[in-house]
Design a protein around this ligand. Structure first.
Ligand code: NAG
Ligand code: NAG
Ligand code: NAG
Ligand code: NAG
Ligand code: NAG
Length: 230
């Protein structure tokens, strides 16, 4: 009869091999570059650059795939046109500076085109593009972009509201730390839809620059980041 400690050893081995199998599903394969540079950003584990057309890749941990397009790195896991640009990666504290750069296109003033393409404040929250393994850091502030059904008569306490280039029914304001709950009663405005973009700066007058300058994402430790399988 096996001794209890031997039994425990077998149980541990069984568990370990099961755990290894699970990890193998999202583990990068051999033959992937350990480190690449895209533009000015060094891409290394747990991130990996994948070919632009790849829908699935064995390089990089699941969710950490990077698309390098015209020397500009983007997080690869969202729809191509709306991808989030990577400005810098801080391997020391598991965070990265990214920009929801596509939003800037919404503010472009075209003349003589259909209403849908004319200047408007962004309609989707940046948070809808961010999923695991990443989280939006609460050290970011919120840039609120309002689209209102009528021109506002500014009231007391609204002196931080900035009209955007899209006209007098649209406003920008910076306020409060980013929150996952998306609950911002203090910044609600009657008759207005609010879109939230996390930012690091505080000056709402430069709302486009704030979007361009980006915000911080954090990631959770991968099962064995650094010790890649070779
Ligand atoms: C991680 O470190 C970088 C560089 O020091 C810093 O800019 C960034 O704010 C840090 N990230 C977080 C989430 O604090
Ligand atoms: C709120 O944001 C400020 C400025 O980035 C930061 O110093 C502070 O730590 C943040 N607070 C929380 C709770 O994250
Ligand atoms: C607010 O959003 C709703 C739903 O997308 C839209 O129908 C409405 O026109 C928007 N209102 C304003 C003032 O932008
Ligand atoms: C808002 O803009 C419209 C057209 O651009 C203009 O006719 C109107 O007077 C403006 N309203 C206010 C309150 O400034
Ligand atoms: C964006 O976030 C704000 C604040 O949390 C929320 O009121 C709004 O409904 C969100 N918009 C969309 C399109 O989900």
């Amino acid at each position: 009869m096996p001794s209890p400690s031997l039994f425990l050893l077998f149980a541990c081995l069984a568990w370990a091999s099961q755990a290894a199998n699970t990890a193998a599903d999202n583990r990068p394969q051999e033959g992937c570059a350990a480190s690449t540079v895209c533009g000015k950003v060094t891409i290394s584990s747990p991130f990996a650059v994948v070919p632009e057309q790849a829908t699935e890749s064995k390089c990089g941990w699941l969710g950490f795939q990077v698309i390098c397009h015209n020397d500009t790195p983007y997080l690869g896991y969202y729809k191509p046109r709306y991808r989030i640009q990577i400005l810098d990666i801080f391997y020391g504290n598991n965070s990265l500076l990214v920009s929801d750069i596509h939003k800037l296109g919404d503010f472009i003033v075209f003349s003589g085109v259909s209403k849908e393409y004319s200047c408007h404040v962004p309609r989707t929250n940046t948070s809808s593009k961010v999923g695991l393994p990443f989280s939006i850091s609460t050290t970011n502030l919120n840039l609120f972009l309002y689209s209102c059904n009528k021109a506002l008569v500014p009231r007391d306490g609204d002196d931080d509201l900035v009209e955007t280039r899209c006209g007098n029914k649209t406003f920008a304001r910076v306020g409060g730390n980013y929150s996952d709950s998306g609950d911002y009663p203090a910044f609600y405005m009657e008759g207005c839809n609010a879109t939230v973009v996390p930012v690091l700066g505080t000056d709402a007058r430069s709302y486009e620059q704030l979007i361009r300058d980006g915000f911080l994402l954090t990631w959770q430790e991968t099962p064995s980041s650094g010790s890649r399988h070779r």
